[in-house]
Design a protein around this ligand. Structure first.
Ligand code: ADE
Ligand code: ZN
Length: 335
């Protein structure tokens, strides 16, 4: 099973680039930028990655991101992730980045996007991995601040495929961002959002009906509401599920009770993703491996999950078809 997963062609659709910052690289960048961090070793830092809830994690994740200052930092961070994609047969990835985490510290939007997108271009050339960028608004900040970020992004519109909504979910419902989503869509960005990770099903309804999202990040709590499940199926909307994240943030205390298999049985379209792999103990393949073991998934289930990852990617039809053909051929010869 492990080998089957490792060689399975797949796409990753839920990944925060700031969440790929491994302690080793964090220390290296902190040193070259002469930034003091409140940890003396990689081991001590890793020990701090023990979370009770989403907010607990976000506090340390934003602290980690503070070391990122130059275009080179963003390049190195992104290229390191894309090398891991290459090693895991991730053929396409849709990368979220949080501009406000950086612009609020005085880092230019341009520095962030140029570093990230140069790494993506190099990975396309060196490994043949395709990628899109998802600009995520921080939901603990105001809609007005999201509007500022939207304005800053416009000169780089050709580098950004979609908008997302992340950070502290509870108390920050999707409806808070209605106007900035409307404006983002007018600019040509595809609307996506985190919903139903810690928030209840009504947050998913809002993300669908008010933000008009075409894919749900997480979406676990959709299963609280049968009518919502039917609506998601009717609209043919996928969910980007993140098993190790769910475990680390106590969204799902026991992976044996994870809703992934139930989602598939109901006719929903989940995908498997790593969210913030440096913090949650595994890259995308480890997410597949762990959830396969916990739920006793079959090769056919794993194939379906990888198929969803390509079918619900934001790719054009032809590129999608070519990745799906690659997957099909793999499954036929390895089933
Ligand atoms: N930012 C990074 N990871 C996140 C997650 N899992 N939920 C909300 N915001 C995030
Ligand atoms: Zn996320």
């Amino acid at each position: 099973m492990q080998r089957f997963i490792e060689n399975l062609p797949k796409a990753e659709l839920h990944l925060h680039i700031e969440g790929t910052l491994e302690p080793e690289l964090l220390f290296k960048i902190a040193e070259r930028n002469q930034i003091d961090i409140p940890f003396t070793s990689v081991e001590e830092l890793r020990k701090a990655y023990d979370f009770d809830c989403l907010q607990d994690f976000l506090d340390i994740y934003y602290q980690g991101a503070n070391v990122l200052q130059t275009e080179q930092d963003f390049y190195d961070l992104t290229y390191a992730y894309l090398q891991k994609c290459d090693q895991q047969n991730v053929r396409h990835t849709e990368i979220m980045f949080d501009p406000q985490t950086h612009t609020d510290r005085g880092i230019a939007f341009e520095t962030v996007i140029n570093g990230i997108s140069k790494a993506c271009a190099d990975a396309q050339n060196n490994f043949g991995i395709s990628s899109y960028l998802i600009m995520s608004y921080l939901r603990h900040l105001s809609e007005e601040e999201a509007f500022k970020t939207l304005a800053q992004s416009l000169p780089f519109k050709n580098k950004i495929k979609a908008v997302g909504l992340d950070s502290s979910e509870k108390g920050n419902p999707p409806s808070k961002f209605k106007n900035v989503y409307e404006a983002s869509v007018k600019e040509g960005y595809i609307p996506l959002a985190h919903a139903g990770e810690e928030g209840d099903a009504d947050y998913i309804w809002e993300a669908l009906d008010i933000l008009k999202i075409v894919r749900i990040d997480h979406g676990n709590n959709a299963l609280q509401d049968d009518k919502l499940v039917q609506e998601i199926i009717k609209r043919d909307i996928a969910m980007t599920v993140c098993p190790l994240s769910n475990k680390a943030l106590q969204v799902v205390p026991d992976l044996k009770k994870h809703p992934l298999k139930k989602m598939m049985e109901l006719g929903l379209k989940p995908t498997v993703n790593s969210d913030d792999p440096a913090y949650f103990g595994g890259q995308v393949n480890q997410n597949y491996i762990t959830i396969q073991e916990a739920l006793k998934l079959s090769k056919k289930d794993l194939y379906e999950l990888a198929k969803n990852s390509f079918e619900y990617a934001l790719l054009d039809k032809e590129t999608k078809a070519s990745y799906l053909a690659e997957l099909e051929a793999y499954y036929k010869s390895n089933a």
